[in-house]
Write a protein that binds this ligand. Structure first.
Ligand code: LLP
Length: 385
């Protein structure tokens, strides 16, 4: 055993595999409940970050709701025991069958992103004799200062209804009998570590609430989405994100109306640090002026470095040899199949175990079978003791 990884108990396990520290997940969830509980805030878990059934069950046990973005995530959440009244359904392109699924399950609300979507939802609900609860997703045009692929709240992004169209959309509600406005929804991006971005969001929401108030409109729920980032550089030192500061930012800057509820949709901050991708070294190869560590995991198992140039801390968890520098690469036939360049690792040999840290969010769920590869396996710390 080195660090927190029970390698001795894993030697016969097939790699690559996702290892989840379930105790860390539980501690993270307790911290969320403690900090959000101070203000009566409700947190929905963004299922897109990781839909592993075991993790979903643990998250549900801690009382969080579920934020779904597809007709696949709704049944996955229901199966894990999330009550329908704590499920929200978002996404710019909901198909008719997906809306039907949400209506049949009687989920809490649909986060609607356009007028045509609102009209179709109204039709589908009418056909079932139901009234769908709706939160309008507003594009607040607030810069999250994060990677351009994961920023979502700017006018140039495809998400949400632009502020300029808000009045017209609110007018449209009056003539649609099978949708009811219950909330406003926002999400400005992901992996946000600067609380000022959330402060700007709060200030924008305050303005929008004023605009709505002019029309005598007060919604029941404000949903500010997710986006709280994690420390990829120091997964041990900062294993649990700073939820205190995060929720406090909203408490300080957001003006809620009496009885208005505040909802969140956190994904990464909940599950990221509890997961690591474990992989075995196949070969150490001499290159020109460098050494390659070729591991059995590839971009099919963890695509974030290839897709977003994302950093994941890499450790050799079975070697205490003096540190050397290596490029750590996978076996896929793509040059972008590289987990890190010039990585300082303990002296590495064939058969060693490598951990790619902070891989609990957008890791296993984004795995693919490109090259006809198998999907990665998974194991849980509490099953190994
Ligand atoms: N709510 C909405 C409407 C979202 O679009 C997202 C994430 C979340 C909540 C959860 O955000 P979080 O708390 O996890 O930041 N695959 C990318 C991240 C994509 C995020 C997409 N939307 C990555 O690996 O970094």
């Amino acid at each position: 055993m080195k660090g927190t990884f029970p390698v001795g108990k894993l030697t016969s396990a097939k790699t690559p595999l996702y290892y989840y520290d379930t105790q860390l997940l539980r501690n993270t969830l307790s911290e969320i409940n403690r900090e959000a509980g101070k203000y009566g805030y409700q947190v929905h878990y963004a299922v897109k970050a990781n839909a592993n059934g075991r993790l979903l069950s643990i998250i549900r046990e801690h009382g969080l709701g579920a934020d779904c973005v597809s007709g696949g995530e709704i049944p996955a959440s229901l199966k894990a025991g999330f009550p329908a009244e704590k499920i929200v359904f978002a996404g710019v392109g909901k198909a008719d069958w997906e809306m039907d699924l949400g209506l049949d399950a009687d989920i809490f609300c649909f986060n609607v992103e356009s007028v045509p979507e609102l009209e179709v939802l109204n039709e589908r609900a009418a056909a079932k004799g139901k009234v769908a609860r709706v939160a309008l997703r507003i594009n607040p045009n607030v810069d999250a200062h994060t990677h351009h692929y994961i920023t979502t709240g700017l006018n140039e992004n495809k998400f949400g209804i632009s502020l300029a169209h808000l009045d017209a959309v609110l007018d449209r509600f009056a003539s649609l009998k099978n949708v009811r406005l219950v909330g406003l929804h926002f999400h400005i991006g992901s992996q946000i570590t600067d609380m000022d971005a959330f402060k700007s969001l709060c200030i924008r929401i305050n303005e929008i609430q004023e605009q709505m108030y002019q029309r005598m409109l007060i919604v029941d729920v404000i949903n500010v989405g997710g986006g709280l980032g994690v420390d990829y550089e120091n997964p041990d030192r900062n294993a649990i994100p700073d939820f205190r500061h995060y929720f406090e930012t909203f408490h300080k800057h957001l003006k809620l109306r009496p009885k208005q509820e505040l909802h969140f949709e956190l994904g990464r901050a909940v599950v990221c640090q509890c997961g690591s991708l474990l992989t075995k070294v196949l070969y150490v190869k001499e290159g020109v002026n460098k050494k390659f560590v070729i591991v059995d995991a590839g971009m099919t198992d963890l695509i974030r470095p290839a897709l977003y140039q994302a950093y994941h801390k890499i450790e050799n968890i079975t070697s205490d040899e003096p540190v050397q520098e290596y490029d750590v690469v996978g076996p896929i036939c793509e040059s972008s199949d590289c987990f890190g360049k010039m990585v300082a690792l303990n002296g590495t040999r064939r058969g060693d175990w490598i951990a790619l840290r902070s891989a609990g969010a957008y890791g296993e769920i984004m795995a693919s079978q490109y090259n006809c590869r198998n999907l990665p396996g998974c194991c849980f710390s509490d099953e190994l003791v």
